[in-house]
Design a protein around this ligand. Structure first.
Ligand SMILES: Cc1ncc(COP(=O)(O)O)c(C=O)c1O
Length: 393
C-alpha cells in the first residue's frame, strides 16, 4: 500500500495561514447545523433505542427505502428493491469492499486518467493492476476503453470492472453525456464486465439539467452504483450507499460484516429524518447556491492571474477545477514553491495510474471563502509565472 498523497497534503494544510485548494472538503458554512439540532432531537425522541443500538448490516430500513424511492425516480434500472441497497460507512468503504470482492492480485480494473485517488488506493491495496483510459471533455474515452479491453483479452488478461465517476468527475470535473453512458454499458455487456459508478457529486449541479446516472441504462444489472451524504449533507456522518444486483450484494454484505458490522445507526436515522422532513433537497439547493459563485470566482481568478499557456475546464458542477500548465512545469515539484507562498493544491500525477498528469493540478473551490479563492489563485498565478520565467531562461 502507498501513503495517500491527499491525506499527507491535508496534514500540511492544517496551518490556518495556508489557503488550501487541496482537499475535497465541503464548505463548513454549508453544514445545516441549526436544522440538525431539531433533527437530532427527533431521532432521539422517535428512534432513540434503535438509533443507539447496533444495527443491521444492510442498514436502517427506513433510510434504504427513502434512497430506493429517490433512485427509482432518477430512472435507475436493474434490480431495484430494498435488497439491492446497502448503507456503507462512506463511499470509501464501498470502494474498498468492491476491491475486496472482485480483485485478486494482478486482476485488472480499468480507471480514468485521471481518476479519484481514494478509488485508486482502495483497488491498489488488493494488488490490482490498474489500467488508465484517458478522459476528454466528456469523460472516459469509451472508444479507447474498448480497444484496450480487446487488447487485454487477446493477451489472456482478466479485466474485472470499469471504475468511473461520470458526473462532475473528481478530479477533472467532466460530465459523460448520455450517449457515452449507454455505450459504456454496451461495452460492459459485450465483454461481460461490471461497471462501478461512483457518484458523489451528481447533485452539485450549477449550469446543467439533471444527468441520468449510468445505472439508468443498466438493462443487464451489471452496474454497481454508489453515492454519499458526504457532499450533500456532511462528511462527518460517514454515510453513503451502494446499489448492486443480489449476487454482488450478498458478497458485499459478507464483506461489510467483517469491516465494521454496521454503519452507525444514529447517523442513518439523522439522514432519514433529514430526507423525510424535506430538508435534503432544500439543502442541496442551498449548497449549489453557495458553490456556484465560488466556482465562478475561481475560474475568473485563474483567467486573471495565471500566465498564458494553461488550459482549464469550467466545471458545470462538483467541487474541482482541473488545470494543466505548459508541460515543462512539474506541478509536484512546484508544490513546495506554492506552499512557501501559503497556497496548496494536489498535483496531477497523484490521480494518474500511468505516471502522467505531471503538469496538471486539481483545485478545490468549495472549501475556501470567496476572498481566499481570489487571493489563493493570485498567489498561485505568481508562483507559476516565476516558474515559467526560470524555465524559459
Ligand atoms: C469520487 C469520490 N468517491 C468517493 C469519495 C469518498 O466519499 P465518502 O466521504 O463517502 O467516503 C470521494 C470523496 O471525496 C470522491 O471524491
Amino acid at each position: 500500500m502507498r501513503k495517500s498523497e491527499i491525506r499527507e497534503l491535508l496534514k500540511v494544510t492544517q496551518d490556518p495561514e495556508i489557503i488550501s485548494f487541496a482537499g475535497g472538503l465541503p464548505n463548513p458554512l454549508s453544514f445545516p447545523i441549526d436544522d440538525l439540532k431539531g433533527i437530532v432531537q427527533t431521532v432521539l425522541n422517535n428512534h432513540g433505542k434503535v438509533a443507539l443500538q447496533y444495527g443491521a448490516t444492510h442498514g436502517v430500513n427506513e433510510l434504504r427505502e427513502a434512497i430506493l424511492e429517490r433512485s427509482v425516480k432518477e430512472g435507475m434500472k436493474g434490480g431495484m428493491s430494498m435488497e439491492n441497497i446497502m448503507i456503507t460507512s462512506g463511499s470509501q468503504q464501498a470502494l474498498d469492499a468492491v476491491g475486496k470482492i472482485f480483485l485478486n492480485p494482478g486482476d485488472i480494473a480499468m480507471v480514468g486518467l485521471p481518476s479519484y485517488l481514494g478509488g485508486i488506493n482502495a483497488f491498489r491495496s488488493y494488488e490490482a493492476n490498474l489500467i488508465g483510459i484517458p478522459l476528454d471533455k466528456e469523460g472516459m474515452r469509451v472508444d479507447l476503453l474498448e480497444e484496450k479491453i480487446k487488447e487485454l483479452i487477446k493477451q489472456d488478461m482478466t479485466v474485472k470492472f470499469i471504475y468511473t465517476v461520470p458526473t462532475f468527475q473528481n478530479p477533472a470535473g467532466t460530465v459523460m453525456p448520455g450517449s457515452r453512458r449507454k455505450k459504456l454499458v454496451d461495452i460492459a455487456h459485450e465483454y461481460n464486465l461490471v461497471i462501478v459508478e461512483d457518484d458523489p457529486y451528481g447533485k452539485l449541479r450549477y449550469d446543467i439539467p439533471p444527468v441520468k446516472p449510468i445505472k439508468a441504462f443498466d438493462d443487464e444489472d451489471r452496474v454497481i452504483y454508489m453515492s454519499t451524504f458526504s457532499k450533500i449533507l456532511a462528511p462527518g456522518f460517514r454515510l453513503a450507499w451502494i446499489i448492486a444486483n443480489e449476487d454482488i450484494m450478498r458478497k458485499l454484505a459478507l464483506c461489510k460484516q467483517a469491516q465494521d458490522l454496521c454503519t452507525a445507526p444514529f447517523s442513518q436515522y439523522i439522514a432519514y429524518e433529514f430526507i423525510k422532513s424535506g430538508l435534503l433537497d432544500l439543502h442541496i439547493m442551498r449548497i449549489c447556491e453557495m458553490y456556484k459563485p465560488k466556482r465562478d470566482i475561481m475560474i475568473n481568478a485563474i483567467k486573471n492571474y495565471f500566465p498564458a499557456g494553461y488550459s482549464c475546464n469550467k466545471p458545470k458542477g462538483g467541487m474541482f477545477a482541473w488545470v494543466t500548465l505548459p508541460e515543462q512545469i512539474d506541478t509536484e515539484a512546484m508544490f513546495l514553491d506554492a506552499f512557501k507562498e501559503k497556497v496548496a493544491y494536489v498535483h496531477g500525477k497523484a490521480f494518474c495510474v500511468d505516471g502522467g498528469g505531471g503538469s496538471s493540478m486539481r483545485l478545490n473551490f468549495s472549501y475556501s471563502t470567496n476572498e481566499q479563492l481570489e487571493i489563493g489563485v493570485k498567489r498561485l498565478g505568481a508562483v507559476i509565472e516565476r516558474k515559467m520565467k526560470v524555465l524559459c531562461r
